[in-house]
Design a binder for this molecule. Structure first.
Ligand SMILES: CSC[C@H]1O[C@H](OP(=O)(O)O)[C@H](O)[C@@H]1O
Length: 370
């Protein structure tokens, strides 16, 4: 995507050096970090320098490649994969990408692994870009259908949670890809951006992304979404995902489930945008089977911002010693999801699991919440 008229991706490689946009200092500073080894990559994922299910998957794959460049032995590559997978347990993309890259390297003679390593990770990165562009096309079509079903109002108000933009992927994004392409195609979208406590991906990242692309948007506190739906000010919700079960249960940033409940209560279509690689076909019952990452209490008791001099600082919100519980995700049951938009098109949850949305079903999904 474009930033100051220059095309950027969230991750890129120069030879054996990996560059990533440092998301911990956005929107205050747009800077990159260089990652030289597995420890750098693991730290960047764990501390959310890079974040977003698809992006941490691709970054993990590059972490395996960096390991192979250093020592391509089975033991080293298996240890590197275990380290990377352990950084964040919920998004299936991380495990999927690391295990796929590891398997492909282990199948090669040791002497060939280093040279093949980056090509494998590069291929995943390029595939992510194409996948998300396709998600954007299908998602934009669904949003256009919703807009037309509503009689082409002056604004199509869409609520999104967290950041499922190009910063959470290699490029385009998932939920935001649909919003970008709907906007570019002439659908007058306006986006309600959930701030998304405690890491504030909405307030810090989605605001910055949408402003850079000229998409009208308004930042709201997480708890305002229900009121806006009750007032008829939300025409659709669209969010990303970190893991989707074969039944269609959706694990996403904490707070998503509450939005889905409010959306169903007010007949607002609730869309999820994610690549097929986010579907965990081995899982069925999301609330029981998906491990929810629990992050540090300090993310709840403190907040990060910028001083007037531009210095990024962390300040304390709660009294010292305050206990805090910080689950990073929640699980929205399939029954609350109107449609899941993948690069292959829209799918819906049925008793038999995820099924392609036929055009007729798609019209229903765009007409009101299923
Ligand atoms: C395309 S980003 C997908 C997904 O990942 C985010 O989680 P995090 O910011 O903790 O990495 C968020 O749940 C997004 O919806």
């Amino acid at each position: 995507m474009k930033v100051n008229d220059q095309a950027w991706r969230s991750i890129w490689r120069e030879g054996a050096i990996l560059h990533v946009v440092d998301q911990t200092v956005l929107p205050h500073r747009f800077v990159s970090r260089t990652l030289h080894n597995v420890a750098d990559v693991a730290d960047a994922i764990q501390n959310m320098v890079v974040r977003g299910a698809p992006l941490i998957g691709v970054t993990g794959a590059y972490g395996v490649a960096l390991a192979a460049r250093h020592d391509a032995s089975d033991a080293t590559l298996n240890a590197a994969a275990a380290t990377l997978i352990a950084t964040r347990p919920t998004a299936i993309n991380l495990r999927w990408a690391v295990e796929q890259t590891l398997a492909q390297l282990l199948a090669l003679d040791v002497s060939l692994r280093a040279s093949a390593a980056f090509a494998l990770a590069d291929a995943l990165a390029e595939a992510d870009v194409d996948t998300n562009a396709a998600i954007g096309r299908h998602g934009a079509a669904l949003l256009r259908q919703r807009w037309e079903n509503l009689g082409r109002p002056a604004r199509l108000n869409v609520l999104t949670h967290c950041n499922a933009g190009w910063l959470g992927c290699v490029d385009w994004g998932t939920a935001l890809a649909a919003l970008y392409q709907a906007h570019d195609s002439g659908v007058p979208v306006h986006v309600w951006i959930d701030e998304t406590r405690p890491r504030n991906q909405g307030a810090s990242l989605t605001t910055w992304e949408l402003a850079a692309h000229g998409v009208p948007a308004t930042l709201i506190v997480d708890n305002a979404g229900g009121l806006l739906m009750q007032q008829g000010q939300v025409d659709a919700c669209i969010v990303g995902a970190d893991r989707i079960t074969a039944r269609g249960d959706v694990c996403n940033k904490v707070g998503t489930y509450l939005k889905a409940l409010a959306a169903q209560a007010h007949q607002v279509p609730f869309y999820v945008a994610a690549p097929v690689s986010t579907i965990d076909w081995q899982a069925w019952d999301g609330p029981r089977e998906i491990e929810i990452e629990v992050r540090a209490a300090s993310e709840v008791t403190h907040i990060t911002g910028r001083t007037t001099e531009g210095r990024v600082v962390q300040v304390q919100l709660a009294p010292p010693g305050t206990a805090a519980h910080n689950p990073a995700f929640d699980v929205t049951p399939a029954t609350l999801v109107s449609a899941i938009v993948t690069e292959q098109g829209a799918v819906a949850a049925t008793a038999a699991g995820l099924q392609p949305l036929r055009p007729a079903h798609q019209a229903t999904a765009a007409a009101s919440a299923i």
